[in-house]
Design a protein around this ligand. Structure first.
Ligand SMILES: [Fe+2]
Ligand SMILES: [Fe+2]
Length: 181
């Protein structure tokens, strides 16, 4: 069986990599050039469709169990749980803006820049906090049956980037990842 904490950490590493790609596009704004909006849209869509739908609901179950073992973490866990909703909301706002641009709508650059920067700061800090305060404690505390609950929090979802899913979705992101590796 895969070590659940290692798998959890690996997902964070991957999300951080995607956020790094998004940051690079945000940096393009500062040079006054046109960022790759299609890539930005792919990254945010992927994080909305996969991370918000699978990763965060599993974490919420892990947090619930962890709080029983470690009441000292109650406030940290409540904040992280709340941040899942904020991240989902911020991601949806950013996705709408990017989709508008890709569809040819006139969208203020400043608005996209602020939405993307907010998303990056928020998401990056969120992952860092979980890595620092939660994963180690969860690894020490959760029982095998609690890890089963975590796994079963949502139906198994194939990672749309790696699991032989549709080739049409996330085309730009696949291309960019292939260039990097
Ligand atoms: Fe989280
Ligand atoms: Fe997380």
């Amino acid at each position: 069986m895969t070590d659940p904490v290692a798998a959890w950490h690996a997902e964070h590493h991957y999300f951080n990599r995607l956020l790094g790609l998004l940051q690079k596009q945000l940096d393009v704004f500062h040079g006054g050039e046109r960022p790759n909006y299609e890539l930005m849209l792919d990254i945010v869509s992927y994080l909305r469709d996969y991370s918000d739908a699978s990763h965060h609901p599993r974490e919420d179950v892990a947090f619930m169990h962890l709080e029983k073992h470690c009441p000292d973490l109650a406030l940290v866990l409540a904040r992280l749980n709340q941040e899942h909703r904020v991240i989902a909301h911020a991601g949806e706002t950013l996705r709408d803006l990017l989709q508008g641009i890709v569809d040819g709508a006139i969208v203020s650059r400043a608005e996209v820049e602020v939405a993307a920067a907010t998303y990056l700061v928020y998401y990056g800090n969120h992952i860092a906090k979980e890595e620092e305060d939660v994963l180690g404690r969860a690894g020490e505390s959760l029982t095998a049956s609690e890890w089963e609950d975590v796994k079963n929090a949502v139906p198994p979802a194939k990672d749309p980037l790696t699991a032989g899913a549709s080739q049409e979705r996330y085309q730009e992101l696949r291309r960019q990842i292939a260039l990097e590796t």
